[in-house]
Design a protein. Structure first.
Length: 218
């Protein structure tokens, strides 16, 4: 809970700072035009990125691989879509419906949604960004040895569910070239709405460390 509160506090503070900085940079008492993000005067650039995220899922360390893309407005505001999938084997002791003894089960799944964010001092060599993902995901609990007499396809989905996800984060970014940025940071993945016997919301919520590779015109 401490890590979650710290990340959310940092994002709120940074959002206030970014808005204040934008106002100071662009406010002109002589200019009475209403300013907006989608104004023709704004600088709009497309970008794409790939992420690696490592964190605990149901008590086991897991690797999530994903990508996101969209637009950056005035080098500072980010809008796009993102998607991530679990690529490592996450095993745990669980129950198969109709059975009384626990056995080794596996988690499969992923999530995605809208990504928004802001960046402080984007022209500097090293700067900070604050992305947040809002969306949904799906999760399956799988028994890999359910059909013992069919080794070619022995997997069986024990249960599955969909869920809501909100994932705020903080990243330190490095301007490697004009078209490439490398980032590292952490996020807190908040999950709600799972309906499983073997896994609860808290089991797949938690902090992740990430490395990000972003390409575009910055």
């Amino acid at each position: 809970m401490v890590k979650k509160s710290l990340i959310i506090s940092l994002i709120l503070a940074a959002s206030t700072f970014v808005n204040a900085q934008t106002y100071m940079d662009t406010n002109d008492p002589k200019d009475e035009e209403v300013k907006s993000l989608l104004s023709k005067k704004n600088d709009l650039n497309a970008f794409g990125a790939a992420d690696l995220k490592v964190g605990d899922l149901n008590g086991e360390r897991g690797l999530l691989v994903g990508a996101y893309g969209g637009f950056i407005i005035n080098r500072r505001y980010l809008f796009g879509v993102a998607g991530y999938g679990l690529v490592t084997n996450v095993e745990f002791e669980g129950l198969v419906p109709g059975q009384t003894e626990t056995k080794q089960l596996n988690l499969h799944g992923g999530y995605g949604g809208v990504i928004i964010g802001g960046t402080i001092a984007p022209k500097e060599l090293i700067h900070i960004s604050f992305p947040i993902i809002l969306g949904a995901g799906s999760l399956e609990v799988v028994d890999k040895d359910f059909f013992v007499n069919n080794p070619a396809d022995s997997e069986f989905t024990v249960e599955n569910t969909v869920f809501f996800v909100a994932e705020p984060g903080i990243e330190v970014e490095f301007n490697i070239t004009k078209y490439f940025r490398l980032g590292a940071g952490m996020t807190y993945r908040y999950v709600s709405g799972t309906e499983l016997e073997n896994v609860e919301d808290e089991d797949i919520s938690g902090t992740t460390a990430l490395i990000s590779f972003r390409f575009g015109r910055f």
